[in-house]
Design a protein around this ligand. Structure first.
Ligand SMILES: Nc1ncnc2c1ncn2[C@@H]1O[C@H](COP(=O)(O)OP(=O)(O)OP(=O)(O)O)[C@@H](O)[C@H]1O
Ligand SMILES: [Mg+2]
Length: 264
């Protein structure tokens, strides 16, 4: 019997997940064991299937076959909002932010998915509602500070620089206190300074919130610096998995991916 598995159960486990879009096999027999608080990376060339893996785990697509379990509970077949409520937060490769809302409104609104006072409280203004509203306001400002966007609180988010928008999207994802955070290319469009800042922010939220993170990223410096383990995906299949050092020196990875990427 594997006793370590009994004492140390994985937070998120994906087993032999496969997905077809029509005749295209986008993901083939993908496996993942994510432990509580772990930071892992997913790299691979364009079209390898990285975003599809996120979309399968977060319920946007249903896998053709395979299992996905969060703390031993099945996620396959649940709606995206149910999966989000069970503890998975995410950001999107093409940011999904609302055009006419301020930074603070984005983060405040995200809390309402888990408010506890219910419809009656909303109508009759219960004391519980007041306490919850206060908690949301405090927590929202704390998140804005953590992500270094508090000074933009009252600005319309889509008018702000790209790097700031990415941080707002991440603050919104953290509002529901996820157990796992999925980040799809969080440094896309960022300046080198913003990238260095983002490394610091991810380290900080990892420590402060004890959240496990799965990171898709093209900038290898970023992945290598943050992640304990990295998977390399090519044509929907994991061709290598290991520590940053192992991945950097793996001839298959160099051949299939690193040779073509900017190692910066
Ligand atoms: N909704 C969809 N319908 C049909 N095909 C899709 C769909 N989403 C993705 N694909 C295809 O699946 C494959 C994997 O795409 P995916 O977006 O997961 O790649 P990726 O690794 O995230 O790439 P990138 O680095 O460019 O973001 C591609 O061939 C893509 O065209
Ligand atoms: Mg993608």
């Amino acid at each position: 019997m594997n006793t370590s598995a009994v004492h140390n159960p994985p937070l998120l486990q994906v087993i032999e997940m496969t997905h077809f879009f029509g005749g295209l096999r986008a993901v083939h027999d993908y496996n993942l064991t994510l432990m509580p608080g772990q930071i892992r990376g997913l790299i691979g060339p364009n079209g390898a299937g990285k975003t599809t893996i996120f979309n399968l785990i977060t319920g946007i697509h249903t896998p053709t076959r395979g299992r996905i379990e969060l703390e031993g509970r099945n996620l396959v077949g649940l709606r995206p909002h149910q999966i989000a409520a069970s503890g998975l937060g995410r950001t999107f490769q093409n940011m999904l932010l609302w055009r006419h809302m301020t930074v603070l409104e984005h983060v405040r609104l995200a809390h309402y998915a888990q408010l506890k006072y219910g419809l009656a409280g909303a109508f009759f203004g219960s004391r519980l509602r007041y306490a919850e509203e206060q908690r949301v306001a405090d927590n929202s400002m704390r998140l804005l500070e953590t992500f270094d966007v508090a000074r933009f609180a009252d600005q319309i988010v889509t008018n702000l620089p790209y790097g700031v928008q990415r941080r707002v999207e991440m603050a919104r994802a953290m509002a529901t206190e996820p157990k796992v955070l999925f980040l799809d290319e969080p440094t896309a469009g960022m300046t080198p300074e913003e990238l260095v800042q983002m490394i610091g922010i991810i380290r900080k939220i990892h420590e402060e919130f004890k959240v496990a993170i799965l990171l898709i990223e093209h900038r290898l410096k970023f992945v290598m610096e943050l992640c304990e383990r990295i998977q390399t995906l090519v044509f929907g299949e994991v061709i290598a998995e290991g520590t940053p050092e192992e991945i950097k020196n793996n001839p298959d990875v160099i051949e299939a991916y690193l040779g073509k990427e900017e190692v910066a």
